[in-house]
Design a protein around this ligand. Sequence first.
Ligand SMILES: NC(=O)c1ccc[n+]([C@@H]2O[C@H](COP(=O)([O-])OP(=O)(O)OC[C@H]3O[C@@H](n4cnc5c(N)ncnc54)[C@H](O)[C@@H]3O)[C@@H](O)[C@H]2O)c1
Length: 397
Amino acid sequence: MKNKVLVTGGAGYIGSHVVRQLGEMNYDVVVYDNCSTGSPTSVLHGELIIGDLADTEHLYQVFAKHQFSAVLHFAASLSVPESVARPLDYYANNTRNTLNLLRCCSVMNVNQIIFSSTAAVYGEVGENPVTESTLTSPINPYGRSKLMSEWLIQDYAAASSLRYVILRYFNVAGAEPGGRLGQISLNATHLIAAACNAALKRKSAMQIYGTDFPTPDGTGIRDYIHVEDLATAHLDALRYLEENGESQILNCGYGQGYSVRQVIERVKAISGVDFPVIETDRRPGDPACVTACADKISKVLGWLPLYNDLDKIVHTSLAWEMSRVCSLSLGLTSNALSPSCSLAPGISAAITGQPKRLYSSHIPDYWNVATFHELYPFIYLGLLDKLQSVRSKIFKD
Ligand SMILES: NC(=O)c1ccc[n+]([C@@H]2O[C@H](COP(=O)([O-])OP(=O)(O)OC[C@H]3O[C@@H](n4cnc5c(N)ncnc54)[C@H](O)[C@@H]3O)[C@@H](O)[C@H]2O)c1
């Protein structure tokens, strides 16, 4: 077994993918999460401690019980509009709770931290691609609360033996190809999740905010990074710190942008569903184009992305959202079907273009030759009764 690490927010979207990869690399993992937006079913490895970072006494107890070599700090609140409406909650959960964590690290002599930061610290970007030395000038409380957390980490590191890797994520998307992990939020506002939900008829239409940007097709351009590659960057960062690497701030993106129209076109093509799209005005503060300069992370960490392809991001997102639909149709409250049930990975495999037979003794024959296009009408046009009968069979065993 390798070192023991603490993962705050490890039951959430990105943290759960990192926890799974840490498990595969044989790390001893303790997840600390209040499950406000995450789910216990997303923690596929290690020990989950339900707790809040605001509860400093509990946090100290956890640090005292375990000897952590490093902390990976994901726990945060991350909705920009919510941060505008409730700024104090954001400074409390993001900035003050990072301070709580650093105090524990200080008292318990934990001197390695990997922090989840965001491209939102850059604010309105004038030039692309954005490098790590681009001026930081966040335009909302979310971005400011994360930048203040970066400063806390940097200032404390300057006064102690703490070394850090601050990772500034660009647009995170996609899901675990195995179909067990993905974004849980039902009201996902991210473009790719929204388009997948429109393809799956969970939304009647999707909106394009702004078609008059100075970009080739008039819609905004963003740099989408697959969550699996982002998770790998954390393992690379951990290895880097373990090998005594110096503190770093690194962008996490591919350095390549896709427009809103390009994303929608790929979701329509891959799902085979021509869902309605409504074009509307720009939202205030939305820049035309934001792409990362990703040279530094590759150079410093030797990071090698494997999913640098919009189609792979869309395939895994669709597979995940589809398995969510099935879970909900089956009346499950967890984020996905249980890992021991082969339905979700089977559907995932069908949609991700590896048309393996959906295999389970619990699943009736009509599941067993499914491809996405075969499943789609089954699921949306008359299938819920059948799914209910599948459900009762699954739970009888
Ligand atoms: N998702 C993105 O596109 C994106 C982009 C840039 C940066 N980030 C950063 O990545 C990190 C993870 O984001 P995510 O998308 O996985 O979000 P998420 O909401 O899925 O995960 C956050 C996790 O933290 C937990 N949590 C929140 N407050 C807590 C508290 N006080 N104590 C204990 N647990 C708490 C939640 O229950 C959840 O499991 C965040 O720090 C976020 O700012 C995310």
